[in-house]
Design a protein around this ligand. Structure first.
Ligand code: BEZ
Ligand code: FE
Length: 298
């Protein structure tokens, strides 16, 4: 009988790419084939195990809707999202990192997560976006500069977080609308400041297939307390990052591997009274400060 293909099935599949015209697609799909075949061989995968994997991926897809993206959660919890973020930041910041006259490294990026909502209201500096939400008030302030320490005026600081119980507006049900999110623009000195709540730790959605996977791995689903910030202005590499509270549990075991030491900040607790911006608080509050440095766009 004629042997219709190479004895090595991996090579046979790779050989079928000879008419593929997009070189980058070809590079990526070749690597997918090689690594997937190597995985099957390495663990000597059984048919029922492969079927269980297919059923798992099917359930991941079926769990997605316009508010829930289980595939991103899968990527996040396997550390793939953070790896992609790190590679992209290294690539886009290379010029700034090689600039010997630069005085600051670009602020580190981390995962965006599924709760970004485009088009948050543009609010004046100093606005409190945590009014009426569970949680302890916190004052946030700092500057945005380039990697030479020069202020970036008119820079957008787009912030979002869960409430003081770790619940995001998108998870609040009903028509909660946008809560605890806003866009601020830095002043002439590159300064930003606003009020929100001090963020607390919370679990990533774990009532679906990714939750089952985490339990199978013996892992918890929690993220340490953090506030998300997207900092961008034309001419600079846009930054998507978080600030993490230094007293939060799970800093060492973030479910999505997003913690960078340089992003951990201290929230100082104050008794009721005068706040840094002159506001008089009738209950205890926190304050924290963080300066962002953006790399120049290539
Ligand atoms: C978040 O921080 O909002 C988040 C990030 C990754 C997965 C789930 C939630
Ligand atoms: Fe978050």
């Amino acid at each position: 009988m004629t042997q219709h293909q190479t004895a090595d099935i991996t090579q046979a599949v790779l050989d079928r790419l000879s008419d593929s015209t997009d070189p980058r697609f070809r590079e990526i799909i070749s690597a997918v084939i090689r690594h997937a075949h190597a995985l099957v061989r390495e663990v000597d995968l059984k048919p029922d195990e492969w079927m269980a994997a297919i059923q798992f991926l099917t359930r991941v897809g079926q769990t997605c809707d316009d508010k829930r993206q289980e595939f991103i959660l899968l990527s996040d919890t396997l550390g793939i999202s953070m790896l992609v973020v790190q590679l992209e930041q290294a690539r886009r910041s290379a010029k700034a990192l090689q600039d010997r006259t630069a005085t600051l490294p670009p602020t580190e990026a981390t995962v965006q997560g599924p709760f970004y909502w485009e088009g948050a209201p543009v609010l004046p500096l100093g606005t409190d976006i945590g009014v009426g939400m569970p949680g302890e008030p916190a004052h946030y302030s700092g500057r945005v500069t380039d990697t030479h320490g020069r202020p970036i005026a008119g820079c957008c600081v787009d912030v979002w977080s869960g409430d003081g119980e770790g619940v995001y507006d998108m998870q609040m049900g009903g028509d909660a609308g946008m809560r605890l999110r806003a866009r601020f623009h830095t002043d002439e000195q590159g300064r930003y400041h606003f009020w929100s709540i001090k963020p607390t730790y919370y679990p990533v959605p774990d009532d679906g297939p990714v939750g089952e996977m985490l339990r199978g791995m013996g892992r918890h689903p929690n993220r340490p307390g953090h506030i998300h910030m997207m900092v961008y202005r034309d001419g600079y590499v846009p930054l998507t990052t978080h600030l993490f509270a230094d007293d939060s549990p799970y800093l060492d075991s973030d479910a999505v591997f997003g913690v960078r030491d340089s992003l951990v900040v201290h929230f100082e607790r104050h008794a009721a009274g005068s706040a840094p911006d002159g506001r008089v608080m009738d209950r205890p509050f926190h304050s924290t400060s963080y300066d962002f440095a953006l790399a120049p766009a290539a």
